[in-house]
Design a protein around this ligand. Sequence first.
Ligand code: NI
Length: 259
Amino acid sequence: MPDIIDTHCHLTMSHYDPDRSDVIKRCLDSGVSRLITIGTDIDDSRMAIELAEKHDFIFAGIGIHPHDVKDIKNPEETYELLKSLASSKRVVAIGETGLDYHYMHSPKDIQQEHFRMHIEVARTLDLPLLIHSREAKEDTLNILSDTLTSGMRGVFHCFSGDMEMAEKALEMGFYISFSGVVTFKNANKILEIVRAVPLNRILVETDAPFLSPTPHRGKRNEPAYVRFVAEKVAEIKDLSIEETCKNIMTNAAELFKII
Ligand code: NI
């Protein structure tokens, strides 16, 4: 398997407590030569950075997940902490942040407020934004178009929107990241989007421990399985796996400044 990056996983989660070092070893054995582990609150972001400091090939994204923003007691303090954590050289992105109206674990207005705060941090620090958007197309695009200045960059992680949303995201200069969902049996809609997104804007991810691709669907996911996503992209784009992975690595290097 050629070198590939998992641009979005959650290796700090307790799902990996029993065997995290084995999971990390399997990444390297299967060609995952880079990965970005994403913190979902301040403590988890700290753990993501610690993990990235221990392994050369691991990098961290830090932020407060839209599910969890309702728990932010003192926003000023939280964002100061986030900014100071982001000074670590291992931090390559801010997020995941955005809007989730599917689960609605935090109220809409609170999610929107904190999405804007994350955008501000990313802009101040000149880091790419990891955008989570679920059933929140209009508000996500509005907030991004309100607040974006030229030069802002980022990725729609685990893309689940429609063609119009993909087109708007591309127009705004964002990358689009696909997860194991593209390997599912009923994936026709998302495969149309894989087909439409230019190769120089595609990223892949696992979102592990969630969303295991076929043939591991329903079990715990892990970064090594990102190859199933890359293989599906190669098939849809009618390219070799080598060429597909090479393009994805180049895209990730450009967006995250990972060499
Ligand atoms: Ni995630």
